[in-house]
Design a binder for this molecule. Structure first.
Ligand SMILES: NC(=O)c1ccc[n+]([C@@H]2O[C@H](COP(=O)([O-])OP(=O)(O)OC[C@H]3O[C@@H](n4cnc5c(N)ncnc54)[C@H](O)[C@@H]3O)[C@@H](O)[C@H]2O)c1
Ligand SMILES: [Zn+2]
Length: 401
């Protein structure tokens, strides 16, 4: 039985409207002089690069902007970022964007520091030591990458998402400015927002830390459910339940944007210690094959997996219903848990997330191979409160088909 748990996070969190203005001071305090900014063409066009460029250049920092980021970044994009960073020789990396750009920034910092190729670090705890300082500035309210120990790439050859997990990937600073999310179109708001909800729900309903089945000799960033993660996930579910619809409906609703930014960041702090589970394991092959966004894939799968997991975590699922604003007066845990699933289904429909795998172009004969691939992602599956068989996975996918 495991008896201790730990908590890791970004070195510093600066949160609030106009937080990006503080970037110059933060970088200077870290002793940074040359910064490599990883972003993408959309953010350049939306003028968001100025929000980091201005404070950094006012602080006398030399800046190189790489705008070759892309959604669900491929190894090719990672190699392009690494090559540009090598030429520039930065002493820190800024990831500006959604999870995609922040993760490219993370991978660039790893390879610049330790050499090799991105895939050398795929898996759990494969990075040998500290990396160039990372400053992450999210422009979506979703992935929590600004706090997390993960970086995710698309391995297009194998049609799979590949995760790198290490506490060395935690940013030195996370600068979370809700104003930077205002320009997110409704689909990006919806997809990234339900990803954050998935992080919070998977952390909240994970296997207990005391029962976390880590084989002897293996190390993992994830460690199962513990009180600190629980507290963060609980608050994240409340915030996302209250604000996601509003942020999708009216992108200029600043109270909703701020609530979502906080919810996503807290969810990132929770899942990056406790773990994500079966929804994410199934989304990796689905996203790899269909190229749907990570958030849309997770949002689609979330209620189906909740229904499968609920019997193993009835009390937590019953609490989720309340956190999502459901009236559960007089209901037993089983009925309340079903209310939680129904609440997520309604939210998913209200924000326009697809509800069937066939809507993403999945064919029936892909379900078994998806289940086989998901079964291989042990580092994530062991966080799940139930241990699924191949048949279980296939029947969840069939229900979602
Ligand atoms: N590292 C982690 O801990 C972690 C966790 C979950 C997911 N992920 C990964 O993160 C990626 C998804 O990230 P995401 O959901 O944040 O979306 P994203 O970064 O892929 O962005 C989606 C699109 O929205 C655009 N966009 C982002 N912010 C915008 C803004 N403010 N205004 C206008 N357009 C904007 C981007 O240019 C992009 O085209 C996936 O690759 C996923 O696997 C990483
Ligand atoms: Zn996710």
């Amino acid at each position: 039985m495991r008896t201790t748990w730990t908590f890791h996070s970004a070195g510093q969190l600066v949160f609030g409207r106009n937080a990006a203005d503080k970037l110059g001071d933060i970088a200077r305090r870290l002793g940074v002089r040359r910064v490599f900014v990883v972003t993408d063409p959309n953010l350049l066009q939306a003028g968001l690069v100025d929000a980091v460029h201005a404070p950094l250049s006012e602080a006398g920092i030399v800046i190189e902007v790489f705008s070759g980021g892309e959604p669900e970044p491929s190894l090719r994009a990672a190699n392009a970022a690494i090559a540009a960073a090598r030429d520039f020789r930065p002493d820190a990396v800024v990831g500006l964007g959604g999870g995609s750009n922040m993760d490219l920034g993370k991978i660039s910092a790893v390879v610049l520091t330790h050499g090799g190729q991105p895939l050398d670090y795929a898996g759990d705890d494969k990075i040998p030591g500290p990396i160039l300082p990372l400053l992450c500035v999210p422009t979506t309210a979703g992935t929590g990458s600004e706090m997390s120990a993960a970086a995710v790439l698309s391995d297009t050859d194998n049609q799979m998402k590949v995760g790198v997990l290490s506490n060395y990937l935690r940013p030195a600073a996370a600068i979370v400015d809700p104003l930077l999310t205002v320009s997110c179109p409704p689909k990006v708001t919806a997809d990234s927002g339900i990803d954050a909800l998935t992080h919070a729900i998977e952390a909240y309903t994970a296997v207990d830390n005391a029962d976390f089945p880590l084989p002897p000799g293996e190390r993992s960033v994830y460690q199962g459910r513990h009180p600190f993660g629980d507290m963060l996930a609980e608050r994240a579910v409340r915030l996302i339940g209250a604000y996601l619809r509003r942020a999708v409906r009216d992108g200029a609703d600043l109270e909703a944007r701020e609530g979502m930014a906080l919810g996503a960041t807290l969810a990132g702090m929770a899942f990056s210690n406790v773990g994500v589970a079966l929804v994410h394991a199934l989304e990796y092959p689905v996203g790899g094959a269909t190229h749907c966004s990570h958030g849309a894939g997770n949002g689609l799968l979330l209620p189906y997996v909740m229904r499968y997991n609920a019997p193993a975590r009835l009390t937590a699922f019953a609490s989720l219903a309340q956190l999502l604003g459901e009236d559960v007066t007089g209901l037993g845990d089983e009925q309340a848990a079903e209310r939680a699933v129904a609440a997520v289904e309604r939210l998913r429909a209200d924000i326009g997330i697809p509800t069937r795998l066939r809507d993403l172009g999945v064919k029936e004969n892909q379900l078994r191979p998806f289940a086989e691939k998901a079964l291989g992602i042990k580092r994530i599956l062991r966080v799940n409160p139930r241990t699924p068989t191949l048949e279980d996975l296939e029947s969840i996918l069939r229900a979602a088909f």
